[in-house]
Design a protein around this ligand. Structure first.
Ligand SMILES: CC(C)(COP(=O)(O)OP(=O)(O)OC[C@H]1O[C@@H](n2cnc3c(N)ncnc32)[C@H](O)[C@@H]1OP(=O)(O)O)[C@@H](O)C(=O)NCCC(=O)NCCS
Length: 290
């Protein structure tokens, strides 16, 4: 089904990003406040920046639910084989009337139409509405996540360096070997507009983390939990503050390594998936899409 067959869903236009940012900020803040957790977007300025970024990436498609005004939005990455949905937000005044479901149905349909049978997202475990909505649309919970904040690493002599575009094919191969997932386009995007840090042992690259320009690690993977923690802690040292990332709790020893490295658990989440899912064998960080 193409997008125009889903009633009153169309694209977000580039002159709507302030309004999209307001909806993101207010809706995420309301549910986080209700449960006593920190908001997803710390400020409206931050949410508007995210909206501008999402609308600006060519292979990220947007969905706008409209009534008399803009009621809700979501975005979907079609950068690589796996489609990643998020964030999804419905204006506080319009919640509970089906806009979230219509947005999600439109995104799932478009992913299928464009040849992406695997669709993934992450959600906050305290959010019973989104958990139920996604489950009713066929998403399975495949990984429980701990959202953790890791402080700056004190060590300064680690074999970690920023990657550049010349590294992209090696990084794509490394990430695929460690996780079983091809993520070449998003690695390239991270190299172009963010940062990818690599960990090398005896000249061999054995881990990587990809970040955009904020205090979060987006995605990454390494041979060992310790290597991944070195990479995350190094990123925190570069930023001079804690960095936040999503840690798959089932991975043996990873949560232990994180809390041993003085990470604080902020909240719990779930990685949810439509289509085939195989848990990566290597320790890894899950992004806001998958
Ligand atoms: C989550 C969100 C996008 C949902 O949008 P919405 O327009 O309010 O949701 P809808 O009305 O389309 O659908 C909600 C569905 O969940 C169901 N639901 C809600 N709470 C439920 C519960 N506790 N148990 C079971 N089902 C529940 C509703 O009955 C409804 O199903 P229905 O269509 O069969 O009636 C919206 O609430 C929001 O913006 N929240 C704040 C931001 C956010 O949390 N985003 C998601 C982050 S993971």
């Amino acid at each position: 089904m193409s997008i125009d067959k889903v009633s009153s869903i169309d694209r977000v236009s580039s002159d709507e990003t302030d309004e999209v940012g307001r909806i993101l900020f207010e809706s995420f803040k309301e549910i986080a406040d209700r449960h006593g957790f920190p908001p997803e977007f710390p400020t409206i300025h931050n949410a508007r920046g995210a909206a501008r970024w999402l609308v600006g990436v060519e292979q990220v498609v947007s969905f706008a639910a409209r009534g008399r005004s803009l009621e809700g939005v979501t975005f979907m990455s079609l950068l690589d084989d796996i489609a990643g949905i998020g964030p999804v937000a419905v204006d506080l005044a319009a919640q509970g009337r089906g806009a979230g479901r219509r947005l999600m149905q439109a995104a799932i349909s478009e992913a299928r139409d464009r040849g992406h049978p695997q669709v993934r997202l992450i959600q906050d475990a305290f959010n019973v509405t989104s958990l139920s909505l996604y489950a009713s649309l066929g998403f399975q919970v495949v990984e429980p996540l701990a959202i953790v904040q890791t402080p700056p690493l004190q060590a300064t002599d680690l074999p970690i360096r920023p990657a550049d575009l010349d590294d992209r094919s090696a990084l794509g191969a490394l990430y695929e070997r460690l996780t079983g997932v091809r993520r070449d386009a998003e690695i390239t995007l991270s190299l172009q507009i963010g940062t990818v840090e690599v960990f090398e042992r005896s000249g061999v690259t054995c881990g990587m983390v990809a970040c955009y320009d904020d205090n979060r690690v987006n995605f990454g993977a390494a041979e060992t939990a310790e290597d991944l923690l070195y990479l995350v802690g190094h990123r925190a040292a570069l930023k001079g503050e804690v960095v936040q990332w999503a840690l798959p709790m089932r991975h043996p020893g990873l949560l232990e390594a994180a809390v041993t490295a003085r990470s604080r658990v902020v909240k719990m989440g779930n990685l949810m998936a439509i289509g085939e899912y195989e848990a990566p064998t290597a320790p890894h960080a899950v992004s806001f899409w998958y």
